[in-house]
Design a protein around this ligand. Structure first.
Ligand code: AVJ
Length: 322
């Protein structure tokens, strides 16, 4: 009990610090990694089930039909390895790959990493039943901290999975920094499997982030409610409106919350002023072309090995080698 309380306090210090920094910045912004509290995880599940959110089905199709080819790329020489998944979520997509690797009798240990404690607890509870032969160890925390931890546990070859277009939550230069840092933590012949949402019809992209039922809207507004719950905030959630925008030129899809009036919001003892129509930038979901993905691989020191796309060319899981 004591431990749980302490941990929450530590996490909330960081959450409070980043929230205030973002809201005192010009323009105001929030950090989408904080979307995923228990309610947020639940809303994100609903997003993945939405008609408009094509990403999940596209990547699922890749995993269902091409897991065998991906497995062959991973294990050229039957060498034992660690399979480390950044942002594992409920692992519904990676489970196809895990199954295939187990069927091939490959020697590996799975390390799902997630920033959400709730996600790791769920995996601990559900994975043994779904895949009884799987050896795994869930790690709850920051990607790089946990990747270092996994590297301390073993020095085997590493295969890193970074699926679901999670890299889209970074802008292009942040993504490059991220890939460069990731490369620093890996060794020659280690592999990165990384999912990107591809540039496509702009209406289709926008619809995925501006769904009719308003699920994405609740996803964004939940962060305000989370601040109310955990940081002693008093956001009037009804005084903010969801606005999503896709720019086909840059490939960036962004969502904002717009203040519907002049208002002051308190977070603990901090007062934040919002003008009418002032925006908070909530999230970026960057889209790429195949060329831009190759460029990213090269400029961050990876070698492109293979790319797996769905039939409609909506999504790609690229395989890069150090
Ligand atoms: C989990 C980052 C891939 O950007 O598409 C979905 C999150 N946000 N709808 C995305 C999200 C709004 C999602 N990623």
């Amino acid at each position: 009990m004591m431990l749980t309380t302490e941990k929450t306090t530590v996490n909330n210090t960081q959450f409070l610090k980043e929230t205030l920094a973002g809201l005192n910045a010009e323009p105001k912004r929030m950090f989408s990694k904080y979307f995923y509290d228990e309610t947020g995880d639940h809303i994100f599940q609903q997003i993945m089930d939405m008609e408009e959110y094509y990403l999940t089905n596209a990547e699922m199709e890749i995993m269902q039909y091409q897991a065998n080819s991906i497995a062959n790329v991973i294990s050229v020489d039957n060498e034992a390895f660690d399979l480390i998944e950044l942002g594992a979520g409920d692992a519904t997509k990676s489970i196809h790959l895990l199954k295939t690797l187990l069927d091939k009798n490959l020697n590996f240990k799975y390390y799902p990493i997630d920033f959400s404690e709730h996600v790791i607890n769920d995996l601990d509870a559900n994975l043994p039943e779904k895949l009884p032969e799987l050896t795994f160890e869930g790690l709850n925390g920051d990607y790089f901290d946990m990747l270092k931890k996994a590297a301390e546990i073993s020095d085997r070859k590493k295969v890193v999975l970074f699926m679901g277009a999670n890299i889209g939550n970074m802008n292009v230069s942040e993504a490059r920094e991220f890939c460069l840092s990731l490369k620093q933590l890996l060794s020659p012949d280690d592999i990165l499997i990384i999912g990107f949402d591809l540039k496509k019809n702009p209406q289709q992209i926008l619809a995925a982030y501006n769904d009719k039922a308003g699920i994405t809207r609740s996803f964004n507004l939940n962060l305000l409610s989370r601040i109310n719950r955990e940081l002693d905030g008093n956001f009037d959630v009804s005084a903010f409106e969801h606005y999503a925008n896709y720019d086909p030129e840059t490939g960036s899809c962004k969502s904002y919350l717009i203040s519907l009036k002049n208002q002051i919001v308190n977070i603990g003892s901090n007062a934040i002023h919002f003008s009418e129509n002032e925006f908070i930038m909530m999230e970026i979901s960057q889209k790429y072309s195949l060329n831009e993905i190759d460029e990213l691989a090269q400029s961050s020191g990876f070698q492109l090995i293979n790319s797996f796309t769905d039939q409609q060319n909506y999504f790609v899981d690229a395989v890069w080698k150090v």
